[in-house]
Design a protein around this ligand. Structure first.
Ligand SMILES: NC(=O)C1=CN([C@@H]2O[C@H](COP(=O)(O)OP(=O)(O)OC[C@H]3O[C@@H](n4cnc5c(N)ncnc54)[C@H](O)[C@@H]3O)[C@@H](O)[C@H]2O)C=CC1
Ligand SMILES: O=C(O)[C@@H]1CCC=N1
Length: 282
């Protein structure tokens, strides 16, 4: 490992160690990342905190055991990642506001909740950024949307970008586009898994065992994604390569295209966007 390969980050507090919080944590614990001053993680349950406490470099606190857990975690932290459910964010911000260091950077991963809400609940000395990662963070393949707040500097943005680069790639967008981005890449893994479930069900219906169906379908999705990235070709070009004229795929695609998938995805992502606006309203 050369110096250029390593990432150094200042002390971090991660509030909320659910699916997304732990996915981000996995990147911060990678061998190429050094969090100077360590990572403090909070969660509601003592059982989860005990699991996390066994991880080198992590100090874990449970709010069920210690009502001061979040305040203790953020005291002295340079970066605070807020990874609780959107509805819990305002109360959590009120709880930690007085314990944050002046100049601390607060990064939200919460869907919908605006920078304005964060800034309204926090001291003016605190820099706020919004992010929208996705669960492939667990395998270092997240796509994270990132937006600066009104009080964040270029240096804050660069620091938070490097934080999320520990789990994948980062796309910077204005905050006005972040909810839309969430409907594509934040929720996107769920759309892909739904397609995998559906094709697996079709395989089982055709007489394959569950194990065979999983091998066929999971392998096909993984192979197709890798082919897309490695070939540099568009999905349209690659689809045409599979579709022999007058062959079998052509018949299957004719059925699928009757469903007007682009219109269906527009409708689905519009519904997700409407939900983000509801979450923003609290
Ligand atoms: N799951 C996903 O794919 C993504 C989730 N997000 C966002 O991440 C946030 C968390 O979502 P998930 O991880 O899916 O939910 P989750 O329910 O798995 O995790 C939330 C965690 O927060 C903890 N918690 C609750 N109240 C707390 C408090 N006062 N102090 C400290 N910890 C507390 C809970 O114990 C729980 O482990 C949400 O705001 C969501 O919008 C963002 C991108 C993708
Ligand atoms: O479903 C949710 O609200 C979160 C945000 C994007 C993915 N999961």
């Amino acid at each position: 490992m050369t110096l250029a390969d390593s990432t150094q980050l200042p002390s971090i507090a991660l509030l909320g160690a659910g699916s997304m919080g732990r996915a981000v944590l996995s990147g911060l614990l990678a061998p190429t990342v050094e969090v100077i001053g360590g990572i403090r993680v909070t969660n509601r349950s003592a059982a989860r905190a005990a699991e996390l406490a066994d991880t080198p470099g992590v100090t874990a606190f449970a709010t069920d055991d210690d009502p001061d857990a979040n305040r203790r975690a953020v005291a002295g932290a340079a970066v605070v990642i807020v990874a609780v459910k959107p509805a819990m964010v305002p109360d959590l911000l009120d709880e930690i506001a007085a314990s944050l260091e002046p100049g601390a950077i607060v990064v939200s991963v919460a869907a919908g909740v605006t920078v304005a809400t964060f800034e309204a609940h926090l001291p003016s000395t605190v820099s706020v950024l919004r992010s929208m990662p996705n669960t492939p963070a667990v395998v270092g393949r997240a796509v994270t949307g990132l937006s600066a707040g009104t009080r964040s500097s270029e240096a804050d943005l660069a620091l938070v970008r490097s934080l999320f680069e520990t789990v994948g790639t980062v796309v910077e967008v204005p905050e006005s586009q972040l909810d839309a981005l969430s409907t594509i890449s934040g929720s996107g893994p769920a759309y892909v898994f739904l397609l995998i479930e559906a094709l697996t069900a079709a395989a089982v219906e055709k007489g394959f065992t569950t194990e065979q169906a999983a091998e066929l379908v999971n392998g096909t999705f993984a192979g197709a994604s890798e082919l897309l990235v490695a070939s540099g070709k568009t999905p349209t070009e690659l689809r045409i390569q599979v579709t022999s004229p007058k062959g079998t795929t052509e018949r299957a695609l004719a059925v699928l295209q009757q469903a007007d998938l682009p219109a269906l995805f527009t409708k689905a992502t519009d519904a997700a966007l409407a939900r983000a606006k509801e979450l923003a309203a609290g």
